[in-house]
Design a binder for this molecule. Structure first.
Ligand SMILES: Cc1cc2nc3c(=O)[nH]c(=O)nc-3n(C[C@H](O)[C@H](O)[C@H](O)COP(=O)(O)O)c2cc1C
Length: 264
């Protein structure tokens, strides 16, 4: 077959395509465990960072810090033995009909469509003392679902930190949820008001006024990104409300959240 023949050209193209697709798919399959490992390491780093720990756990033995992962059944607010902590992914579980339920539109203020039955929460302890409670949360902004963690102080009400590990909001607009200066505004804010069971913390449009007596329940909105800001506020109200962690917090820290255990 001459080099200029059509059939030889087609054979070469076909062979090259087959070889390339085998290489690409082999690489994809072989790298999958590594990618999963990296994803979990990133998630772990995010949990540690939001709780104020260094990325690596190498120094934990010296500082006495222990991060304990627990499964919580959201409806009862109780810790659950099943599913196993290792390998449980709350976001993935929301796709499993056995482990989640569809949300009615009116209840779905975070726009997540399905509510997982179980959440994986993290308790940061120093010695025997509880130091921080880290809770996963997610909800829709303008373009994407934002996935993150919120860390509460041991009073189960005061925010220590908020951090998103994945979202698709516009850099410089909604993407400023990652801005350390904006994230710093969350420290010391309060989710619940004493004696009231519904979460009150919200992201407002504009800036919190100097001297506002309710400033501890308000976070400045991101200018030019009102929709993302509103999404974050909705996410807080959803995850700390009746469908989210309120029952868990009320049961385990009743005197702190000002909510009676078991009350709706
Ligand atoms: C290309 C483009 C990207 C945008 N990205 C975001 C975004 O990530 N988050 C957001 O809330 N608004 C974003 N907006 C702006 C919204 O459309 C809307 O104008 C804004 O949320 C209103 O906020 P403001 O009332 O603070 O101006 C974007 C607009 C454009 C044109």
């Amino acid at each position: 077959m001459g080099n200029d023949s059509v059939s030889k050209t087609l054979i070469v193209i076909f062979t090259l395509c087959v070889v390339c697709s085998v290489v690409v798919s082999t690489a994809a399959v072989m790298l999958r465990p590594l990618q999963e490992q990296n994803r979990l390491a990133e998630l772990n780093a995010s949990i540690r960072q939001v709780a104020g720990l260094p990325r690596s756990d190498a120094g934990d033995a010296d500082t006495g810090a222990v991060v304990e992962a627990r499964i919580v059944e959201l409806e009862s607010g109780e810790y659950a033995g099943e599913p196993e902590v290792a390998g449980f992914d709350m976001v993935d579980s929301a796709r499993d009909p056995q482990l989640s339920a569809a949300l009615e539109r009116g209840d779905d203020i975070a726009r997540i469509q399905r509510l997982p039955r179980f959440a994986k929460v993290y308790l940061l302890k120093r010695g025997d003392q509880l130091d921080k409670i880290v809770l996963p949360l997610y909800g829709y902004g303008l373009w994407s679902t934002l996935y993150g963690f919120i860390a509460l102080e041991a009073d189960a009400n005061t925010v220590y930190g908020l951090q998103f590990y994945r979202h698709g909001e516009t850099p410089g607009l909604g993407g400023r949820v990652d801005d350390p200066a904006w994230r710093a505004l969350w420290r010391g804010k309060r989710i619940y008001e004493s004696g009231i069971g519904a979460p009150v913390l919200d992201v407002i449009k504009g800036r919190v006024a100097v001297g506002d007596s309710r400033a501890s329940y308000k976070v400045d909105g991101l200018s030019g990104a009102t929709i993302t800001s509103r999404g974050v506020g909705n996410m807080i109200r959803f995850w700390f409300g009746e469908r989210g962690y309120r029952r868990f917090l009320a049961k385990n820290w009743p005197q702190k959240t000002g909510a009676a255990p078991g009350r709706g």
